[in-house]
Design a protein around this ligand. Sequence first.
Ligand code: 0WD
Length: 254
Amino acid sequence: GGLMAGKRGLIMGVANNRSIAWGIAKAVRDAGAELALTYQGDALKKRVEPLAAELGALVAGHCDVTDPSTIDAVFGEIERAWGGLDFLVHAIAFSDKDELTGRYVDTTAENFARTMQISVYSLTAVVQRAEKLMTKGGSVLTLTYYGAEKVMPHYNVMGVAKSALEASVRYLAADLGPNGIRVNAISAGPIKTLAASGIGDFRYILKWNEYNAPLRRTVTIEEVGDAGLYFLSDLSRSVTGEIHHVDSGYHVVG
Ligand code: 0WD
């Protein structure tokens, strides 16, 4: 039984047990989903393999979204193992941490392009492959941040990327809706993860959210996971193109 019984999903972006993708993976696994995880490179392979084992998940292989052959390999593996796919979680972003501090205006063309490729285009790249496997409809979920909507200190080029990611969610939702495939994003409040540790003054941002968010606290990966369960299950069957805040309400005051 369970909300996710009979559903199979690929989760991309587990780096360790503090990753937001891990919070989502646990929530949907507890609800009965069958999972596959990817890892980026050998260093993360060692971290992801035991985590996959903990969830009885398939390890679908190495995926670096800047190398399209690795994306093809992962989806080839999913097709061989399952022959189809019900949901996909995209929890991937990257920018040079030297540009996640100081002024946005100083961003370089090279890091701008790389940030956009890894943090924005990769969603479209994986959706292109997932669409072919989601023959009975499906649900795609990505992660965004309030820095897409408003200027947040040090978020810089990543804020520009998240704006483009949110626009991508809307265009992908429009394209894939006729096939019964939904595309949504969770806009999570700040959480101390590996990726977040690259952002300048991150502890201050956490404190600021704690003092100012309506619920007067930050959010956990378990809480984002529970919202993920809603989007990846049929509870949200009429919801697509949505940017849903899981941020203790910060976006209404910030
Ligand atoms: O406060 C936060 N932590 C928030 C994160 C608030 C709101 C949104 N988010 C977003 C992030 O921008 C990202 O899109 O959530 C998503 C997941 O991030 P996370 O859970 O905060 O961070 P982390 O556990 O580091 O996972 C991100 C992973 C990478 O980890 P590292 O730290 O090694 O870069 O994204 C993956 C990688 O596993 N990743 C890639 N995967 C494939 N190809 C690539 C790549 N080129 N680059 C990064």
